[in-house]
Design a protein around this ligand. Sequence first.
Ligand SMILES: *Cc1c(COP(=O)(O)O)cnc(C)c1O
Length: 381
Amino acid sequence: MENNRVFLSLSQQSGFEQDYVKNALDSNWITSGGPNVSEFEEKLENYIDDESLVVALNSGTSAIHLALILLGVASGDEVICQSMTFSASVNPVLYQGAIPVFVDSEFDTWNICPENLEIAIKDRIQKGKKPKAIIAVHIYGNPYKIDEIHSIADKYQIPIIEDSAEALGSSYKSKKCGTFGDFGVFSFNGNKIITASSGGGLITKSKLLKEKAIFYANQSKDKAIHYQHSEVGYNYRMSNICAGIGLGQMHILDENINARREMHLFYESIFKDIPNVKLYQSINEDYFSNYWLSTILIEPDIENNINGESLRKGLEIANIESRPLWKPLHLQPVFEKYPYYGNKVAEDLFKKGLCLPSGSNLTSEDRNRIKEAICLFFEKK
Ligand SMILES: *Cc1c(COP(=O)(O)O)cnc(C)c1O
């Protein structure tokens, strides 16, 4: 029997998406902005807390770009960014002609390291330029060291863009990720915890900044009868159709998070008896991860050919997808010429790490296959 492929992270429908999309089509509101967009923003605002405002955009990348623009990041400015993340965290820095400065991870959360962050800030200031912003990321849904990072940012008065693209529903000390930074960012791309087919959210506490973000996202149209523009504009607003899908997905957001956390428990049960493997775990109760992806570190065993890549191949034989961790950005050809501060923690994580199938749609049959393939791999060794 041919086995279907088990994927890393697929979207799952609630069934309500079609109603919202049908409403948009029936009312002929099939452009950007519109009733679904406003309702999606409201639902997200209610979900995260009482003070945050959300601007629905066409991608998480656009949200990061607008955050940089609203913080006044311009050509030649420096922006600190966590090295271990997806390239979209930092690409908008280059769109602005600004200079990324990469900072290493720490082993507890795999996110931006407080010590190296402060070293980087001091050194950049000493070299003559105070960084304009810090992009901190909750990778795989795991909150970064919020208290430590924000106290350093406060000390030097540098704003934080909190990249929560992977962390919708995660929280720190019971406060939702995305609400800690000067700006927060969500992604509703197809592989994230919920999807709008594509889309993003910019989070701010200021009504004025929300209005300004919408202004930029709608081509910076001045108030006039004709098309009048005093500033550069962007076509970044979410469409009413995509927002319909996002609204449908809100019905199963908590369910999806529970399902992903179940997957994490499932891996916990498998790996507790395998000494070479350490499953990523939140360090204490303060850190609540949506476990968007379950990830492991494999201590290499050269004699028995055990390492991340051999396990990946072992899973591939069973038609199960797994993938290395984010390759640190300071090692990427496009970014390697920019400054980096660290002790190769992200490099070490990248060498030993693997992301495992974590979708909320995985069946018990899928799980059995995953378990069998992992056990087979380690038994043969
Ligand atoms: C997905 C992702 C983004 C970008 O979001 P898009 O909606 O795909 O543009 C940014 N940062 C991180 C960490 C991501 O995982």
